[in-house]
Design a binder for this molecule. Structure first.
Ligand SMILES: [Zn+2]
Ligand SMILES: [Zn+2]
Length: 414
C-alpha cells in the first residue's frame, strides 16, 4: 500500500504554535489532505507525552493508533548547539523511536542532558556525533534524520552554522545517517549534485499556528504492511516511492536577502554585492540556492541512479488565495477550499490527480483550474522567498499561459 507520510510534526507545546495543534486536529487535517501517517511530534515534552498516551492508546508494530484507527509514529526534533572544528554549530535533528519503551529511554537520556519542559523542540549542548552514538546504542532501530538540511541557521549544511558534508558533522557515526530531509527551500534535484550519496525524504516541519499547514511536503512510502520497521527500512534503503515538495522558490530561505530592508537577491547579485545588504551594509542571510552552488560537485540536472521521483506542488490554500485575492486563512479562501474537498476528495488528489474536466465539473474557478494544472506541471512562476519570508506566486503574464497539458496530466500518483 502507498502511504503519504508527514513525519516532522510539532505539538502545541512548541514555540510559535497554537493550542489548535492537538493530535485530534492533526488527524483531522491529515485526512482532509490525504496524509496516511503522521509523526507524534515532541514526544519528550511531558505534557505532550501525556496527550500521546491519552489520544493514541493502541500500539502495534511500532505504530500508534487513535481511537478511529489513524496511525502515528514516535517522532521528535531536537536542536543541538555545540562547537566543532573551531566553529559554533546549530543543527536540528529528527528522531524516530521504534516503540513506546524506546521512546521512554530516549526521554530519560535527553532528560539527563537538559530540560524538556520549556519547548517542544528543546536545545542540548551535545554534538550531532555524540547524540547519534548515544541514541543508537540504546536501540539500533532509532533513526536520526537531519531536518531542513539546507536552512542557514539550523540545517546540517546551512550557510551559517552547518557543515560542508555529513562526514564533517557526524564523523565516525556518519554510516548511521541514512537520509536527510530536504526542507521547503530545497528539492531533491539540488541535493543530487552533492558528492555524498544520501537518501532524501521530505516533511513539512509544521511549526505553525495552523494545524492545516501539515503536509506541505511529504514522503510517499510503499510498504506491504504498515510497521515502524518497514517505514524506517525504506528510509534506510532509499527505497521510498517518492516525495512531495513545494516549489523551492516558495521556501523562506531560497534566495539571499535582508528582510528588515526588504532586500532579496539571487546568488549572482549577492556575489556582486559582496554579501552585504545594499541598504544597511549588514551581512545578507545566505539562502539555499547560494549554498547549494557552494557545496555541489556536479552540474545542475545530474540525476543519480537511485534518484526517486518527486512532485513539485504548491498547497491548495496558496493557489486559492492567489486566485481570489484573499488571505490564506480567510473565510473566503476556506469556503472555496472546503467546497472543492467536499466535491473531489482530499487535497493531494485535487493537486495531483483530478482531471481538468473533474475540476471544472466541481465548479472550480477557471483561473484556479489553470493554477492547479500549472502547479502540477512544475511551470508555476514564483518570486523566491528569502531571509525568513515565503516566496509568492508571481502575478505576471507567465502564470496566465495554459500549462503544458502533457506534463500536467501525466502525474498520476495512485
Ligand atoms: Zn527544525
Ligand atoms: Zn539591510
Amino acid at each position: 500500500m502507498k502511504i503519504i507520510a508527514d513525519l516532522q510534526i510539532h505539538s502545541k507545546y512548541a514555540r510559535a504554535t497554537s493550542k489548535d495543534l492537538s493530535l485530534a486536529n492533526l488527524e483531522k487535517y491529515a485526512r482532509i489532505k490525504g496524509i496516511g501517517l503522521l509523526g507524534t511530534g515532541d514526544f519528550q515534552h511531558p505534557k505532550h507525552y501525556n496527550d500521546i498516551k491519552e489520544y493514541l492508546k493502541k500500539e502495534r508494530d511500532g505504530i500508534l493508533y487513535s481511537e478511529t484507527g489513524f496511525p502515528f509514529l514516535w517522532q521528535t526534533e531536537v536542536s543541538l548547539m555545540f562547537s566543532q572544528g573551531g566553529k559554533r554549530r546549530a543543527v536540528h535533528l529528527l528522531v524516530y523511536a521504534p516503540d513506546g519503551k524506546t521512546a521512554d529511554m530516549i526521554i530519560e537520556y535527553l532528560g539527563s542532558k537538559g530540560r524538556l519542559d520549556y519547548d517542544g523542540r528543546p536545545i542540548f549542548g551535545i554534538s550531532c556525533r555524540d547524540l547519534v552514538k548515544d541514541l543508537t546504542s540504546i536501540n539500533e532501530m532509532i533513526e536520526i534524520v537531519p531536518a531542513h538540511c539546507m536552512t542557514p541557521w539550523f540545517g546540517v549544511f546551512g550557510s551559517d552554522s552547518g557543515f560542508d558534508s555529513l562526514a564533517d558533522c557526524f564523523l565516525d557515526q556518519t554510516n548511521k545517517i541514512h537520509a536527510v530531509e530536504s526542507g521547503m527551500s530545497a528539492d531533491p534535484s539540488m541535493l543530487w549534485r552533492f558528492d555524498e550519496e544520501m537518501n532524501i525524504v521530505s516533511f513539512s516541519d509544521a511549526h505553525s499556528f495552523w494545524p492545516w499547514r501539515i503536509g506541505r511536503e511529504a514522503t510517499i512510502f510503499e510498504v506491504k504492511k504498515l510497521t515502524y520497521n518497514n517505514i524506517i527500512g525504506e528510509i534506510r534503503s532509499g527505497n521510498i516511492a517518492g516525495t512531495i515538495e513545494t516549489y523551492p522558490e516558495y521556501g523562506k530561505y531560497h534566495y539571499d536577502g535582508h528582510r528588515a530592508c526588504k532586500i532579496s537577491c539571487s546568488p549572482e547579485e549577492t556575489r556582486r554585492l559582496k554579501g552585504l545588504c545594499p541598504v544597511c551594509g549588514k551581512q545578507l542571510t545566505i539562502g539555499v540556492e547560494y549554498r547549494v552552488e557552494q557545496l555541489a560537485r556536479r552540474d545542475p540536472g545530474y540525476t543519480p541512479k537511485n534518484a526517486k521521483p518527486f512532485y513539485k506542488l504548491l498547497p491548495l490554500h496558496e493557489l486559492i488565495s492567489f486566485v481570489i485575492k484573499s488571505p490564506l486563512a480567510s473565510k473566503r479562501t476556506w469556503a472555496v477550499y472546503n467546497d472543492l474537498i467536499g466535491k473531489l476528495g482530499n487535497e493531494f488528489h485535487i493537486l495531483i490527480d483530478s482531471s481538468e474536466e473533474d475540476l471544472k465539473k466541481a465548479g472550480a474557478d477557471p483561473m484556479l483550474v489553470q493554477m492547479i494544472l500549472l502547479s502540477r506541471s512544475g511551470e508555476l512562476r514564483i518570486k523566491p522567498g528569502s531571509d525568513g519570508e515565503y516566496g509568492i506566486i508571481e502575478a505576471s503574464e507567465s502564470n496566465h499561459v495554459p500549462p503544458n497539458t502533457a506534463n500536467a496530466s501525466q502525474r498520476h500518483l495512485f
